[in-house]
Design a protein around this ligand. Structure first.
Ligand code: KIV
Ligand code: ZN
Length: 528
């Protein structure tokens, strides 16, 4: 059992305008089809979130799989400042499992939830209003007997009858929940309604004044950020969000958006967070690499074009005064100002300096490997830009964490005459294997060769190539998404050779599929 300090800290001694940032990239974010992450990747993300000042990290759903249990356990051990949170349905078994995984946390939190809307009660749970109330009473009381920091969520709150929602929230508060989270599970609400809901609950449930009210918005109608901020204006003091807005369906509120909105528009949103915004780009890149979800170019704050100025008028204004067309400084989100070109004459010190400017702090071994890769790239490509370095590091990270098999070499004969012929050498579990095969074009031949060496039944759902920079010598960044028995995995790779990148991305996806298969996942049922 932890001390009272944690739950007290979240409301008693805080600045009333301080908004807690609850990151659920590793739980709600990882639930996005295809965004599976390995244990090492989850730990890496959690460590960065902790370092950047996120208050609460929802590390997983321990009952969902052994992998989730281990992730919450390992993250709990490592968090220095952040509260580690584990999700549990409204069942004692779930709560015990979450608590088991949180044992090593300096500051644990159990997050338990149950559907409260008519649709969820009738169709998902087959429970009456009274039965749901009984479950709330039983499970929150039980969770509080284990942990003094308990968050409760009425799932689909925004489609729950107002008077019933009041009843459930009042009961949860009475049973000892310290944070009450109001989820817009299906991304249905709109800003004014989001604010009204929080205001109504504060008025009708007086006990809420001793709890933190949280907002958890999905982005189905593109309003998640606006809805979260509206909830804060009405009194919510915890925003649940994810890096890059990752999450179920259209995703969750994006951490970078709410944090920067409160920073840039302090005049009208006078709220503060502890997030070190200069780490935002680093977190965005890491999550994008690990999840295999590219960030759309025009994504607010972290998109490639978020600080790019193309039109003549804009460029002219920017040269005269950056504030003409920029409402925040690129360095505030961790973008280095210059896109200083590097090349094959750049030495170790310059490369280390460049990495530091870009917010990457690599250990000695990782730095050495990155430097070797940088030199190899500089031999193949005259000018190396920031984006090349990001792609290179992402590629290094991806190969490091999924190494059961790797591409050793790929030869290709292709062109206008006859079918393409791929000659592939792979290392699989430490052994070298070769295969030569034909295909309908070089990518098809490459993928057929991989499949001959690693037979599988996964179906290719996506093959995507994009050039990291301009120019015909640009690195190709390839994403491959595979599906097997409803499990979706995505692999990524970057290389100056598009076919090598394609083969490596495919192999990377297969490596992830192995990890996915190894995860024993008992089915997650509706709350019992
Ligand atoms: O969207 C949702 O309702 C959730 C709950 C588990 C909080 O993710
Ligand atoms: Zn959610």
């Amino acid at each position: 059992m932890t001390s009272q300090t944690d739950s007290a800290r979240v409301h008693a001694d805080r600045d009333p305008n301080r908004v807690l940032i609850f990151d659920t990239t590793l739980r709600d974010g990882e639930q996005s089809p295809g965004a599976t992450m390995t244990l090492e990747e989850k730990i890496q993300i959690a460590m960065l979130l902790d370092e950047m000042g996120v208050d609460i990290i929802e590390a997983g759903f321990p009952i969902a799989s052994q992998g989730d249990f281990e992730a919450v356990t390992e993250i709990s051990r490592r968090m220095q400042n952040a509260v580690t949170c584990g999700l549990a349905r409204a069942s004692k078994g779930d709560i015990e499992r979450a608590w088991g995984a949180l044992q090593h946390a300096k500051r644990p939190r159990i997050h338990t939830f149950i559907g409260t809307s008519p649709l969820h009660r009738e169709h998902q749970l087959s429970m009456s209003k009274e039965q749901v109330l009984d479950k709330i009473r039983e499970t929150i009381t039980f969770a509080r007997s284990l942990c003094d920091n308990v968050q409760w969520s009425p799932m689909d709150a925004t489609r729950t009858e107002a008077d019933y929602l009041v009843e459930t929230v009042a009961l949860a508060v009475e049973c000892g929940a310290t944070t009450i989270n109001i989820p817009d599970t299906v991304g249905y609400t709109a800003p004014r309604e989001s604010a009204q809901l929080i205001a109504m609950l504060r008025e009708k449930v007086p006990g809420l004044k001793d709890c933190v009210i949280a907002t958890h918005c999905h982005n189905d109608l593109g309003m998640a950020t606006a809805n979260a901020l509206a909830a804060v204006e009405a009194g919510a003091r915890q925003i649940e969000c994810t890096i890059n807005g990752l999450g179920e369906r259209a995703g969750n509120t994006a951490l970078e958006e709410v944090v920067m909105a409160m920073k840039v528009r302090r005049d009208i949103l006078p709220y503060s967070t502890e997030v070190d915004t200069t780490k935002i780009m680093k977190a965005s890149r890491l999550v994008s690499t690990v999840s295999g979800f590219n960030v759309q170019y025009n994504k607010a704050i972290v998109g490639k074009n978020a600080f790019a100025h193309e039109s003549g008028i804009h460029q002219d204004g920017m040269l005269k005064n950056a504030e003409t067309f920029e409402i925040m400084r690129p360095e505030d989100v961790g973008l280095t100002e210059s896109n200083l070109v590097m090349g094959k004459h750049s030495g170790r010190a310059a490369f280390r300096d460049k990495l530091a400017q870009m917010g990457f702090d690599l250990g000695d071994n990782a730095f050495q490997e990155a430097f070797v890769r940088f030199k190899a790239l500089a031999d193949a490509k005259k000018e190396i830009y920031d984006d090349d370095i990001v792609a290179l590091l992402e590629d290094q990270q991806t190969s490091a964490t999924h190494s059961r098999m790797r591409l050793v070499s790929l030869g290709m004969v292709c062109g206008t005459e006859g079918p393409a012929v791929a000659t592939l050498t792979m290392e699989i579990d430490g052994e070298t294997h070769h295969h030569e095969t034909t295909g309908n074009g070089p990518v098809d031949a490459t993928f057929r060769a991989v499949k001959a060496l690693v037979p599988h039944t996964a179906r290719l759902k996506l093959y995507q190539v994009h050039a990291v920079t301009d120019g015909t010598d640009a690195q190709a960044e390839v994403s491959v998404r595979l599906e097997e028995d409803g499990k979706i995995v995505t692999g990524h790779a970057a290389d100056a050779d598009t076919l090598v990148a394609s083969g490596r991305a495919y192999i990377n996806a297969l490596n992830r599929l192995m990890v996915r298969r190894e995860k024993s996942a008992p089915p997650v049922q509706a709350a019992e």
